[in-house]
Design a protein around this ligand. Structure first.
Ligand SMILES: C[S@@+](CC[C@H](N)C(=O)[O-])C[C@H]1O[C@@H](n2cnc3c(N)ncnc32)[C@H](O)[C@@H]1O
Length: 208
């Protein structure tokens, strides 16, 4: 197995001790994307927020701070990441401010019209049937609820040598089209070059 293949697999589903160290690296690399999501999502203190693909859950407390009277639900498909993020967020879980579930985005068991904000950072590449997932995210959002997606550009992913058998690379327009087909209104798209990686950010809204 090549190093690039092994690393790509770890980014898709971090596992074991090596996966834990990969998740610490992701905290550093992806921090600007999280900062952007926190600035753009205009949280209300009572919001119910869903984060898809939380990694080690290091940023759940920053989200919880924005919604002191609400709830943050984090999901991840990796048992290692769920274990570590429950450890990092132990106190918030005890206070019922954070819930962490081991789940793929493909199997969300959330009632319709119950979530105010959804965010997902650097995970869309791994979603199976993204068209169905967008429909599902639309279903669980409350009317006027918002979805924030951040991902690297196709050009950067190819340049950085990410494995196309593991990652699906997206152009901005492809993600925008998936959102529109699910009935979302795209309210803002932006592109930024951060120190270590670049970022397409999209905010989409469910209709009233
Ligand atoms: C590249 S990491 C990004 C983690 C975190 N969002 C960050 O930016 O630090 C991708 C994360 O998404 C999770 N993941 C991958 N496929 C998933 C899926 N289908 N449903 C939910 N989580 C998934 C992985 O286990 C991993 O923790």
């Amino acid at each position: 197995m090549s190093i690039s293949y092994f690393l790509s697999k770890q980014l898709k589903r971090p596992k074991g001790v090596f996966g834990f160290f990969v998740s610490l690296l992701m905290n550093k690399v992806n921090k600007p994307m999280y900062t952007k999501s926190l600035n753009l999502l205009a949280f209300d203190t009572k919001d119910t927020v869903l984060e898809i693909g939380i990694g080690n859950g290091k940023f759940l407390n920053s989200i919880a701070e924005k919604v002191p009277n609400g709830l943050v639900i984090g999901i991840d498909i990796s048992p290692t990441m769920v274990f570590v993020s429950r450890f990092f967020n132990y106190k918030l879980i005890q206070k019922n401010k954070v819930q962490i579930l081991k789940s793929g985005v493909e199997n969300l068991k959330i009632e319709k019209n119950t979530v105010d904000k959804i965010l997902s950072i650097n995970t869309i590449y791994f979603w199976k049937n993204p068209d169905q997932i967008m429909n599902e995210l639309y279903r669980i959002l409350k009317p006027k609820g918002k979805l924030f997606l951040a991902f690297n550009s196709k050009k950067e992913m190819i340049k950085s040598g990410y494995n196309p058998e593991i990652f699906t690379f997206y152009e901005l327009s492809e993600v925008e089209n998936l959102l529109k087909e699910a009935n979302f209104t795209v309210i803002e798209s932006s592109y930024e070059q951060f120190k270590i990686e670049d970022c397409h950010c999209i905010i989409a809204q469910k209709n009233a």
